[in-house]
Design a protein around this ligand. Structure first.
Ligand code: PHB
Length: 390
């Protein structure tokens, strides 16, 4: 069936559902689509925990309306994501869609968001292009270029000359590879090899061997949240750390969820990212304490994306006085600014992408636990990919 036909069928279903359900809605429905099973389930678990924490802390009534949260499992399979989004829009008549842990899942829903004028709040996926695919998409996660351009600057300024890039072969990995390589070369660095491996169940060993043979100063790596443990384990097993090769990259590989299990071999690893559980601010200390108490685990950057996504939804409803049409909500979202556990953030009114600090961090031991300790800040970074297009 063609995409056009499917969209037409969706539009027809939408019209019927609007006619049938035109009664006044006192509740606001928020449908989060998250992978609670499958390869990306660690992210689903982090996001769901943060979303529920936000509601527990801020109540379930906003602008006089009751908030109804629906969480559905897509196992990060885009066909599921799309089918579930369609059900949520047509049957449940949700006012917001949220979540989207992998880029293909976020992209699969964009035409439905545009057609039905439903705000799609992307709280996890990071490929730059996502927000361009529907005027009703806004993002509280990050883009890969946001972190990797500062990473390239830091690496070039700190004696790293030869790099092999290693990435998961899909949207965010390709964004990371491109933006890092362009900036690093501009600063005089050399990319000696660019390695790509499949997103699903990668065996990193042969790829790591290829990288090691080049004797680089560092390997720049992007793997999605949840795969860092396996990557680092094989990096160490093959002796790359002992050979003096450093790991650099966006912080996904040394995700707070897994960092403690990686062992002392990762001490000193420098990455660039938007969030560390160790971020030194009262807002973050309160967030981490409450999250750990409620869930018995450390929040990672994905949890913060979910928490901020709920904040964006609550504040948008306050600004519209409870009006729930997509146009009013997306206007309310544009330009919104707040203090996140990660630091100050805002939504770029032009791109609906998040503007945020990027921190350079080093793995250190604190009270017997491993943390990414921030030591330098690139303030208020806009997505460099979109900034370049202007
Ligand atoms: C993505 O699919 O966009 C994605 C997933 C996990 C990450 C980063 C990006 O850690």
């Amino acid at each position: 069936m063609s995409r056009r036909y499917l969209l037409t069928a969706f539009a027809a279903a939408l019209a019927c559902s609007a006619a049938a359900g035109a009664s006044a809605q006192d509740a606001v429905k928020i449908g989060f689509i998250l992978p609670m099973t499958g390869q990306q389930q660690s992210t689903g678990k982090q996001e769901a925990a943060a979303i529920k924490l936000y509601m527990a802390q801020h109540g379930d009534t906003v602008a006089g309306k009751k908030i109804e949260l629906i969480i559905r499992d897509d196992a990060a399979v885009p066909d599921n994501t799309k089918r579930i989004a369609q059900e949520l829009i047509v049957n449940d008549k949700v006012n917001f869609l949220g979540g989207f842990v992998v880029t293909p899942a976020a992209l699969s829903v964009a035409p439905l968001s545009a057609e039905s004028k439903t705000p799609e709040i992307v709280t996890a996926a990071g490929t730059s292009i996502i927000t361009e695919k529907s005027p009703y998409i806004a993002r509280t996660s990050f883009t890969l270029a946001q972190s990797v351009v500062p990473m390239a600057d830091w690496a070039a300024d700190n004696g790293i000359k030869k790099v092999v890039t290693m990435i998961s072969d899909y949207g965010p990995g390709i964004d990371a590879e491109k933006s890092f390589s362009a900036e690093f070369k501009k600063k005089g660095g050399e990319i000696v090899e660019a390695v790509r491996f499949p997103l699903a169940s990668p065996d990193f060993a042969p790829f790591l061997q290829r990288a090691a043979d080049q004797k680089p100063d560092a390997i720049f790596v992007f793997v999605p949240s949840g795969q860092g443990g396996a990557f680092v384990k094989q990096f160490i097993e093959r002796g790359l750390d002992k050979a003096g090769i450093k790991i650099i990259g966006p912080g996904d590989v040394v995700d707070d969820d897994l960092l403690n299990g990686m062992g002392d071999a990762v001490l000193g690893t420098v990455t660039a990212h938007i969030y560390s559980a160790d971020h030194n601010s009262p807002a973050n200390k309160a967030f981490v304490d409450a999250f750990e108490k409620a869930n018995n685990m450390r929040p990672n950057f994905m949890a913060v994306g979910g928490y901020d996504g709920m904040h964006l939804i609550y504040e948008a409803l306050k600004k519209t006085g409870g009006k729930t049409d997509g146009d009013s909500l997306i206007e309310a979202i544009k330009g919104m600014a707040w203090e996140s556990p990660r630091g100050p953030v805002s939504i770029d009114p032009q791109t609906r992408d998040i503007i945020q600090n990027v921190y350079i961090r080093k793995v250190e031991k604190k009270n017997g636990q491993l943390y990414n300790v921030e030591f330098a800040t690139f303030p208020a970074v806009k997505d460099p990919v979109k900034a370049e297009q202007k």
